[in-house]
Design a protein around this ligand. Structure first.
Ligand code: GLU
Length: 420
């Protein structure tokens, strides 16, 4: 698998070359400001101690406190966390949030842990890093295989260590302790707002559009539901074990799949979408190249590559995952006329609503869910228009266009602070 940080740096270079970025600025954007690596000891249920490796990479805070999720995944490594923290820096700038970018991760398969072990691991992560994070320094949030419950434990641990309750230290928390209802659906909703915008521009009706979604975590599942409710036909969904596609064009009901996959009270699902026998089981690779109009990668990096880009049938790709398309594949897709809404905008709904949650926490106020969603829609639509304009101005694809916007904004902040 290609090193995601190298991919990220290639994307940076592609945009920097178009606008001719100053070399001092570029050298600052080519490395993270701080890298923290910690060992997290956890007393396992069998009485033995197991030590996990955890990271927090704080990439750039020119525009405000660092912001970014924490991933629990067996494939987490330093290059992935660096790439993800860089993409957070770009993403927050693309949607104009007053944040820098960071990311955290633990190399673990959390599905193999008991609930108690998972809580110990989450608290251990905070014990190792609490001096480096906080509402004014760096605000973590959920990412792949982390969720509200984990954010709740982490916020509690941070608060215990500080001696006061600090709801603004983490976003994506349970509603009872300062989370907001709109956060759970925000990543998907942001991407869905963009899908609707695109379809309007193309004069397409939802009923004509076949959507395939790779990944059935929070973002992928919620996106499938939003699209299904709006009348799009969901022709394929997948999870880490495999994919299913609808037989004879009838479409898939994502609510039904979720209900049968999810066992009540469990943090992670044991079952797979592939257990649904009325659909045709295929591989994740087959799902990506299936016959559809809109492809939504909502899993992990490096899924659309030089090997399969030529075979992609979709005409629109909405990247709910971070880094699903390699730079080589980007070239192929662009040449084929496939429109890619890049991750740094497509999945920015999540961090945008995290920002709203944090704002409400630090100001001790609360907004209604409809108010939150209205503000999200405003930001997503406005950012889309800005990206579109930048793409036309420089005659580049949407990814490079959004990187250009972000680089300009981060550069202004670095100049304002006197860093360059
Ligand atoms: N992990 C999410 C992302 O990649 C959300 C980050 C946040 O809310 O801070 O954008």
């Amino acid at each position: 698998m290609k090193n995601p940080f190298e991919n990220a740096m290639q994307q940076l270079t592609n945009a920097a070359d178009v606008i001719g970025v100053d070399e001092n600025v570029l050298s600052l954007l080519q490395r993270p400001q701080q890298i923290h690596e910690i060992a997290i000891p956890v007393k396992m249920d069998n009485g033995k101690l197991k030590t996990f490796r955890g990271y927090r990479v704080q990439y750039n805070n020119a525009r405000g406190p660092y912001k970014g999720g924490i991933r629990f995944h067996p494939m987490v490594d330093i290059d992935e966390v660096k790439a993800l923290s860089f993409w957070m820096t770009i993403k927050c700038a693309v949607v104009g949030l007053p944040y820098g970018g960071s990311k955290g991760g633990v190399e673990v398969d959390p599905r193999e842990l008991s609930k108690r072990e998972l809580q110990e691991l989450s608290r251990g992560y905070v014990r190792g890093l609490y001096l480096e994070i906080g509402p004014k320094i760096d605000i973590p949030a959920p990412d792949v295989y982390t969720n509200e419950q984990i954010m709740g434990w982490m916020m509690d641990q941070y608060s215990l260590l500080k001696g006061y309750t600090s709801p603004g230290s983490f976003t994506g928390k349970p509603v009872e302790i300062g989370g907001i209802t709109a956060r759970a659906s925000a990543t998907a909703r942001g991407g869905f707002i963009l899908l609707e915008r695109m379809m309007k521009k193309l004069n397409k009706k939802p009923a004509e559009m076949r959507v395939a979604v790779q990944g059935f975590g929070n973002a992928g599942y919620t996106f499938a539901c939003l699209a299904y409710d709006a009348g799009y036909t969901i022709v394929g969904v997948s999870d880490s074990k495999g994919a299913i596609v609808s037989k004879n064009g009838k479409g898939i009901n994502p609510y039904d799949v979720f209900e049968r996959k999810q066992e009540k009270g469990k943090i992670y699902c044991d079952k797979s979408v592939c257990d649904m026998k009325e659909y045709k089981a295929v591989t994740n690779e087959e799902l990506l190249v299936m016959d559809c109009d809109v492809l939504v990668p909502a899993a992990i990096e490096n899924q659309i590559t030089a090997e399969n880009a030529q075979d992609i049938k979709a005409t629109t790709v909405i990247e709910l995952a971070n880094g699903p398309t390699t730079p080589e594949a980007d070239v192929v897709l662009h040449d084929k006329g496939v429109v890619v809404i890049p991750d740094v905008l497509a999945n920015a709904g999540g961090v945008t609503v995290s920002y709203f949650e944090w704002l409400q926490n630090i100001q001790n106020t609360s907004w209604s869910e409809s108010e939150t969603n209205r503000k999200l829609s405003e930001i997503m639509t406005q950012s889309y228009e800005q990206m579109h304009k930048s793409a036309e101005k420089y005659n580049v694809n949407y990814r490079t266009a959004s990187f250009i916007l972000a680089i300009e904004r981060i550069t202004s902040a670095m100049e304002g602070r006197g860093w360059v």
